[in-house]
Design a protein around this ligand. Structure first.
Ligand code: SF4
Length: 228
């Protein structure tokens, strides 16, 4: 257990980006049927202690220095907030004068303890996939008691007080959110959320592409309607 994983450093908008996974295995509050990481054995929304975190923090510091990173993107195997040392991870990155981008599915952005953490990041990414309550339960299989309504309102209330850059990632899934009606609902959510940027993607994981991927033509139409 323990240890972070890194992607090779890359340049984005002229900045050197270091992408890091801070979870030893999948820990998520959802269990999406199309999750590229696989099933959620650890379906949690509370913080967990992981082994070797002090060593992992030292390693992160070395990675930042060796790669001359300018932005650290926390993109984890699940929901990064549940690492009980996430505050220390962000503090370390900020102490080096770097920008921090945090990927979350967004549900936990409604809880004070996680709002406080996300507010320390320069960029936060939230997500939208299913757009009806039934589909949310069926395909994203969240922790019991979660609702789509609360999911969206958590992100809306977070972004109302957030001073950084809020990015919304929308994933189009054939049969779930690719109809005109669904796209209009997504548009309404975008209007409520007022993100600084919207990124629209489609299911492109080889395992799910055939069943859940929309055609190029339909995807282009949806992009025209949603991207800003
Ligand atoms: S929210 Fe992301 S990491 Fe979590 S189960 Fe869904 S696809 Fe996987």
């Amino acid at each position: 257990m323990g240890g972070f994983n890194y992607k090779d450093i890359y340049i984005e908008d002229g900045k050197r980006v270091l992408e890091v996974n801070i979870l030893p295995e999948k820990y998520c509050n959802f269990d999406c049927i199309f999750c590229p990481i696989g099933r959620s054995q650890n379906k949690v929304d509370t913080q967990q202690p992981f082994d070797d975190m002090d060593n992992s923090l030292n390693e992160l510091e070395n990675m930042i220095e060796d790669n001359k990173a300018e932005l650290v993107y926390i993109n984890s195997k699940g929901e990064a907030f549940v690492n009980s040392r996430i505050d220390d991870i962000i503090a370390l990155i900020k102490s080096k004068g770097l920008l921090v981008r945090l990927l979350s599915n967004g549900y936990l952005l409604g809880r004070d303890e996680y709002i406080r953490i996300a507010n320390k990041c320069d960029e936060v990414i939230g997500e939208i996939k299913a757009i009806s309550e039934g589909d949310f339960q069926k395909v994203q299989r969240p922790i019991e008691g979660y609702t789509l309504e609360e999911y969206i309102s958590n992100m809306v209330s977070f972004n109302k007080q957030y001073k950084g850059k809020f990015i919304l990632e929308v994933t189009i899934i054939k049969g779930y959110n690719d109809t005109e009606e669904a796209v209009n609902k997504i548009k309404d959510v975008i209007n409520k959320l007022c993100p600084d940027k919207v990124i629209v993607e489609r299911m492109d994981d080889e395992k799910f592409k055939k069943k859940l991927g929309v055609s190029d033509e339909r995807f282009d139409e949806i992009l025209m309607q949603l991207e800003r």
